[in-house]
Design a protein around this ligand. Structure first.
Ligand code: HEM
Ligand code: HEM
Length: 205
């Protein structure tokens, strides 16, 4: 009985993941036309963002991950974060090859609007620092978690960058969808803090 309900939940979750990928493809195809390289740059960005968000969401449902997939949270989290890091590295590398200059990898610090428009640049470095902090957590002690929180900043910067220069986000429905999706990162942050507070107060009683 229990296994059946767990299987049902797994089916719902996989259906939701499939729906998310279909939504990404719809947003992509509904955007303006482009060359093959433009499609590749956009697809890598959108799917990479989705994978990073899924990695974050998995952290808010750690117990459920074990229950649903029969594997520990960290394994699920690893698959998603590796997919995110690979796609979000391919995305700027393609931009760099297309532009023919490594200058596209340097964050813009001359103005707030420039910083946000090119917010993907600092976001990429933040994701790498956060992932390295997780890999080296044995050596870093408790401080690694604060460094790992940089993933939230990266997701928000990535959303601002997509909103300001992403071709797929010129139409209002796609912009609304982006705001909703980016808000999920804030939801994860709030849920993790509430869970921690609940655990502390249970331990105190
Ligand atoms: C794209 C890359 C990644 C993203 C977006 C991401 C995102 C997150 C988020 C949002 C949390 C919850 C943090 C909190 O609010 O306390 C988390 C937790 C965690 N992440 Fe990642 N992560 C990434 C990569 C990695 C990697 C590469 C590792 C391991 C080598 C890792 C290991 C962990 C662990 C162990 C936790 C659990 C923290 C706890 O005990 O609550 N993450 N991750
Ligand atoms: C050095 C790093 C980066 C560079 C040079 C870069 C560059 C670009 C460029 C030129 C575009 C416009 C593409 C187009 O609309 O045709 C774009 C869009 C986008 N970028 Fe980045 N980016 C970087 C990192 C990131 C990161 C780390 C993220 C996610 C956290 C991200 C997420 C996005 C998203 C979601 C779009 C919108 C794609 C679309 O409109 O379909 N970018 N980026």
């Amino acid at each position: 009985m229990k296994a059946g309900s767990s299987r049902d939940k797994r089916v719902y979750l996989l259906a939701a993941a499939g729906l998310a990928v279909i939504l990404v493809l719809v947003v992509l195809v509904a955007g303006p036309p482009g060359r093959a390289v433009d499609w590749a740059i956009r697809a890598a960005a959108l799917l990479g963002y989705l994978a990073a968000l899924a990695a974050s969401l998995s952290s808010a449902f750690m117990r459920q991950m074990l229950h649903l997939f029969g594997m520990p949270f960290l394994k699920v989290h690893h698959y998603m974060s590796i997919a995110a890091l690979v796609l979000l590295t391919v995305h700027p590398l393609l931009v760099m090859l297309d532009m023919g200059s490594p200058a596209v990898l340097i964050p813009v610090l001359s103005s707030v609007s420039g910083f946000l428009q090119m917010g993907g640049r600092p976001a990429w470095y933040l994701l790498v620092v956060a992932a390295l902090a997780a890999l080296l957590r044995g050596r870093l002690g408790r401080g690694w978690r604060a460094l790992h929180w940089l993933t939230y900043v990266a997701l928000l910067l990535g959303a601002a960058h997509a909103m300001l220069i992403g071709s797929s986000f010129r139409a209002v429905p796609a912009r609304v969808l982006l705001v909703l999706v980016a808000s999920l990162a804030l939801f994860v942050f709030a849920r993790k803090r509430l869970d921690a507070r609940r655990r502390r107060s249970r331990a105190a009683h």
